[in-house]
Design a protein around this ligand. Structure first.
Ligand code: NAD
Length: 428
């Protein structure tokens, strides 16, 4: 396994999220001049679990799902990362995402490590009651790997606030208590100890970083023309907030297809359409386009907010935006990254751009641990401040070292993890 980790073939650097994560960390280790032992200590996941669950639905049907949980690195704190539920999720994908979480928590400066979990099942094939059974089955299956000091899950693709509520209930129910000591899961409904603004936090943070980039690049947020790939939690909140700031949302896609309107899509109406019909297809306020064309829309800012490897060396040359704000994790392959760097596209890297979710999860964690309650205003103020100050730190480092925003963000994040490992005395 480790040799595979230490030498990703250059050609493979264009495909999976794990390969992208490996490529990025190896480049960083080279720039930081890390010794082989410490590079290996930083790259290898602490724990990788694959298990199978077979929960039974209320009408007597057995569901079969493979589940994965990876704790990548806990040098800076308990591992943190969402639960992805898709029909294709794999151990490799979860390992790459857990590794990204290690850098993200480190960069945004919260005392967590990186983790992630996955349930291989198409959530669109489940009725709400069946999804609840699957989520409870998942938590039963991985229970001993979940806890405030071990791994604290949250929502990711295919899971949401309601699912986190069921996890919260499942854990306190198993201990026959109403509340738990410490925070076992974030992104819960507010009524169960969740925090106001968590659902919107990632999109809110994406917008904070776009605003910070506009200040640096001398652009006006309200004049921006924006295209958004993926219209789930992150994509829809980002589009909604940007349009509230006066930006024009010219194209949007989800798994059902793309929709465009050069004069601007009416985002509240589009959200309502998605809530009633399930996806963007059929929206009357724009023209239907193939979903991959959204990435190539004529715009100032492109927000990939769907899945990994959407931008490859094949389509990178056709991207027309000046800024790419990575709402999704690893939406761009290393070869695409290189092409865009040569074309001077300003990329706000995922570990910075979409870190708002984990930052507010940290606020939820501290709130629950201290039995405190924060208001939406406090949460948004702290989130905006942290996103902007982290953007500035990365921007200055990039300027000083003549590197890209991704290289600067990775250098800071990986160096902090290294320092944590050294401070703990975990090296020979
Ligand atoms: P979600 O499940 O709410 O939404 C995903 C959206 O992407 C859906 O609209 C889906 O139809 C669309 N989609 C899937 N494949 C597509 C394709 N090929 N082309 C166009 N659209 C496609 O998920 P989410 O929580 O919004 O997460 C989106 C991305 O953001 C993921 O990469 C996730 O890891 C990342 N992220 C999410 C959070 C969070 O707090 N939810 C935090 C950090 C990063």
């Amino acid at each position: 396994m480790i040799t595979e980790y230490l030498s990703p073939p250059a050609a493979a650097a264009r495909s999976s999220g794990l390969q992208t994560a490996l490529w990025n960390v190896q480049q960083t280790a080279g720039r930081l001049g890390l010794a082989k032992d410490i590079t290996r200590r930083i790259i290898e996941p602490a724990e990788q679990i694959t298990t199978r669950i077979h929960p039974v639905t209320h009408d007597g049907r057995m569901l079969h799902a493979k589940v994965f949980l990876v704790r990548h690195n806990d040098a800076l704190g308990p591992t943190k990362g969402g639960i992805r539920m898709t029909s294709t999720v794999s151990l490799n994908e979860i390992t790459g995402l857990a590794m990204e979480m290690t850098w993200k928590t480190s960069l945004i400066g919260v005392p967590f490590g990186g983790g992630k979990s996955g349930i291989r099942y198409d959530p669109n094939r489940l009725k709400p009651s069946e999804k609840e059974v699957l989520i409870r089955g998942f938590i039963r299956g991985v229970r001993r790997h979940v806890g405030p000091e071990i791994y604290v899950p949250a929502p990711d693709m295919g899971t949401n606030e309601q699912d986190m509520g069921h996890i919260r209930d499942c854990i306190s129910y198993s201990g026959a208590v109403s509340i738990t000591t410490g925070c076992f899961v974030t992104g819960k409904p507010v009524i169960l100890g969740g925090i106001p603004g968590r659902r919107e936090a990632t999109g809110y943070g994406v917008v904070s970083t776009i605003a910070a980039a506009c200040e640096r690049l001398d652009l006006n947020l309200s004049n921006l023309r924006v295209a958004v790939q993926g219209f789930g939690n992150v994509g829809s909140v980002t589009a909604s907030l940007l349009s509230q700031h006066g930006a024009t949302i010219v194209a949007v896609s989800d798994i059902s297809g793309g929709i465009s309107n050069p004069d601007g899509l009416n985002v509240p109406e589009l959200i309502e359409h998605v809530q009633t019909s399930g996806n963007v297809k059929g929206f009357h306020g724009g023209t239907e386009i193939p979903l991959e064309e959204v990435l190539e829309a004529d715009c100032d800012v492109l927000v990939p907010a769907a899945t990994h490897s959407a931008i490859t060396e094949e389509n990178a040359g056709r991207i027309r935006s000046r800024i790419i704000a990575e709402g999704a994790n690893a939406p761009m392959t290393p070869l695409a990254d290189d092409i865009l760097r040569q074309r001077s596209v300003f990329v706000i890297p995922d570990i910075l751009c979409n870190a708002g979710g984990v930052f507010v999860s940290y606020l939820e964690y501290t709130q629950e641990t201290q039995r405190d309650q924060m208001t939406l205003e406090e949460v948004q103020h702290r989130l905006n401040h942290r996103m902007k100050s982290t953007f500035e730190m990365v921007f200055s480092h990039a300027q000083k070292t003549h590197s890209t925003m991704r290289q600067a963000a990775m250098d800071i994040a990986v160096a902090r993890v290294r320092d944590g490992i050294i401070a703990r005395g975990l090296l020979p």
